[in-house]
Design a protein around this ligand. Structure first.
Ligand code: ADP
Length: 182
């Protein structure tokens, strides 16, 4: 049985439809994201968690930090590869030889943005399909943005993000508080 990295290097016809790319900012990764990865693995042989390097400057974590946290959180899943990418998502997907973009849908508020993105990506590359998984009942309210808001105000995010992310959030906000105090 080949591992995921070997599969990625296999000719595209062998791979068609077997690997999904799960893209996002992951600033930081949450249990909501991990839930989509786990459920994605029920449908695909492998998942590439693709972390967008080109995100707005107000990201809390650098792309390197986001990759490191995701790698730590997914270290027990051998069929998942974590990578960062720059530029157009469809170009990155084509390079990996995957044909599916996996996304999570939380509420109707996600729908419009996701619908636009999926349509735009389809227009850019007809061979790439976007598939959505509904957020599960335990995590539908979890977003990286609210996790950061809660953590910045000293609230607990236990049970919503992996331990390594929780520690990193504490460290980062402590550092930012110290910096503010001067
Ligand atoms: P964005 O690409 O908008 O920066 P994120 O990196 O936060 O979004 O998330 C990547 C993908 O994961 C998106 O499809 C988003 O809808 C989905 N997602 C985020 N949080 C959850 C969650 N709690 N449950 C299910 N899907 C989620």
């Amino acid at each position: 049985m080949k591992n995921l990295l070997e599969l990625i290097e296999t000719p595209s016809e062998v791979l068609m439809g077997k690997i999904a790319v799960y893209p996002g900012s992951f600033d930081p990764i949450t249990f909501g994201h991990l839930d989509i990865v786990e459920r994605g693995l029920e449908c695909f042989n492998g998942v590439i968690l693709a972390i967008a390097a080109d995100i707005p400057k107000d990201a809390l974590f650098t792309v390197h930090e986001r990759v490191e946290m995701a790698k730590a959180a997914l270290s027990n899943m051998p069929d998942v590869v974590v990578e960062s990418f720059r530029g157009l998502l469809v170009n990155y997907v084509a390079k990996t030889k995957a044909t599916v973009i996996l996304r999570g849908l939380r509420a109707t508020s996600d729908f419009e943005y996701e619908f636009h993105m999926a349509s735009t990506n389809k227009n850019l590359n007809q061979n790439v399909e976007t598939l959505f998984m509904m957020a599960s009942k335990d995590y539908f309210f979890v977003s990286s943005r609210t996790i950061k808001e809660v953590a910045s105000l000293g609230g607990s995010v236990t049970g919503l993000v992996p331990d390594c992310v929780e520690r990193k959030l504490e460290e980062r906000f402590e550092m930012l508080r110290k910096k503010k105090r001067g």
